[in-house]
Ligand binder design. Structure first.
Ligand SMILES: [Zn+2]
Length: 68
């Protein structure tokens, strides 16, 4: 089905912005911008994924799942 034309609202003058391909995903360790899909998915660059896990600085950055 290709009926997107009829449901697409016209852009408001002055506020129309180009759609960005994807938001910048940064490595959760070194905060470098990630480019490879795998690194972006993991939020961890290869350079850090291969590095040993830091023991002293262990940040749990996960939101609690709903319903648990
Ligand atoms: Zn990194």
């Amino acid at each position: 089905m290709s009926d997107q034309r009829g449901s697409t609202e016209p852009p408001i003058p002055g506020t129309a912005v180009e759609r960005r391909p994807a938001p910048v995903v940064r490595c959760r360790r070194c905060h470098r911008p990630l480019h490879s899909p795998e690194s972006r998915w993991e939020k961890l660059g290869r350079h850090c994924a291969d590095a040993p896990e830091p023991v002293r600085v262990y940040v749990i950055d996960q939101d609690p799942l709903p319903g648990t």
